[in-house]
Design a protein around this ligand. Structure first.
Ligand code: SAH
Length: 347
């Protein structure tokens, strides 16, 4: 590996050994990369020029580069389109809340999970993101806005547990001392439900929040919306969530996108309550963001409230996702998609 931004201090120490430098340089380099979010070797002004000359060629500093930015007039939410070193583009979002700034990052270029309502998966998976590319979405946003990021959600394009090794590397560098040092409690990773990976993640005993994209009250309906549901039954997924709670003590978030006439009836709510009862959880209702490639319609506000009340009758914690930046995007993955469609039609 030559991607120095994805390396731990120990790994950078190994590099120092290989190039005949003192081990203490590793900590300095790590601090430049992760505490100061340096984008080049030039910025690291307490390192000798001879060292930088040695490393510049073989250990390039991976950065993402802003190609577009949209700012919501309603609430200041910012959407970024970033270019990677190989020319691929990804999107990230900065949301400002009273309790702090939250960044939503992508974990893959595209996605292969095929959820029916999702724009990010329409073109399939191109590749996994490196840990450095996940980190740098946050770093560039923090540097550009001058605002401290306190919360991170891995809910952008991609299935994070389908990029497991890089995700873990990312989590460690993001939350450990010597970098941004974001509390694991302020990190949420969202998955469509890769059961073996949820179990593996549980055994890491991290203090982050796991969000599970449920979106349906039974297997038949879930399979219609999410191809992954054909691989793992709802019972298996929910069992893995229970295990995650047992191992970590962290309450699970269930995400449920409401689609009119598909999964938003009273019976759906009741069935869902029956399924998740007894799990230490919280349900986040998201009125679906319609994408033009599909004819899903979002549930009415009334239907959303009714659904919420129904779940609450069973003692389940429910919130309705506050919509941020609805004037700048449309559904997740759409900024990237419209950029790709546009550049393709120009060529
Ligand atoms: N692959 C991960 C994370 C990406 S998406 C996962 O599946 O959880 C983050 C959340 O947004 C998921 O719950 C996803 O199902 C949901 N989502 C995707 N497209 C959506 C849309 N058009 N409307 C509402 N929610 C959507």
């Amino acid at each position: 590996m030559t991607d120095i931004k994805s390396m731990t201090v120990e790994e950078i120490k190994e590099v120092m050994k290989q190039v005949g430098e003192k081990p203490f340089r590793a900590k300095q380099i790590y601090s430049w990369l992760h505490e100061h979010q340096a984008a080049s070797w030039e910025e690291m002004n307490n390192l000798p020029k001879s060292l930088k000359d040695k490393l510049r060629e073989d250990y390039p500093i991976v950065c993402v580069e802003k190609v577009d930015e949209q700012i919501s007039k309603q609430d200041g939410t910012r959407k970024y389109l970033f270019r990677l070193s190989d020319g691929n583009v990804i999107e990230s979002v900065l949301m400002k809340y009273k309790h702090g700034n939250s960044v939503c990052i992508s974990s893959q270029v595209g996605c292969r999970m095929g959820c029916r309502f999702c724009a990010s998966t329409l073109g399939g998976l191109t590749r996994n993101l490196l840990a450095s590319e996940m980190l740098d979405q946050i770093y560039r946003i923090q540097v550009m806005t001058g605002e401290r990021v306190s919360n991170v959600v891995v809910m952008g394009t991609g299935e994070p547990l389908d990029n497991y090794e890089n995700l873990l590397r990312f989590i460690h560098i993001l939350t450990e001392e010597g970098g941004l040092h974001i509390s694991q409690r302020n990190l949420t990773v969202s998955t469509c439900g890769l059961v073996p990976k949820i179990r593996e993640l549980a055994s890491e005993k991290l203090q982050m929040t796991l969000a599970l994209s449920l979106h349906a009250p039974n297997d038949v309906k879930r399979q219609e919306l999410m191809p992954i549901a054909r691989r793992y039954s709802m019972d298996e997924v929910l069992e893995a969530c229970r295990y995650y709670f047992e191992q970590t003590g962290r309450r699970i978030t269930f995400e449920y996108s409401l689609v009119a006439g598909v999964n938003d009836s009273e019976i759906d709510a009741e069935q869902l309550a029956g399924k998740i009862r007894g799990i230490n959880c919280h349900v986040n209702l998201i009125p679906v963001n319609p994408i033009k490639e599909r004819d899903f319609i979002r549930s009415t506000h009334q239907a959303v409230l009714k659904f919420k009340n129904q779940l609450e009758k069973y003692g389940i914690n429910v919130t309705i996702r506050r919509e941020m930046g609805s004037d700048i995007d449309g559904a997740c993955g759409q900024l990237r998609k419209s950029y790709i469609d546009k550049t393709e039609s120009e060529n």
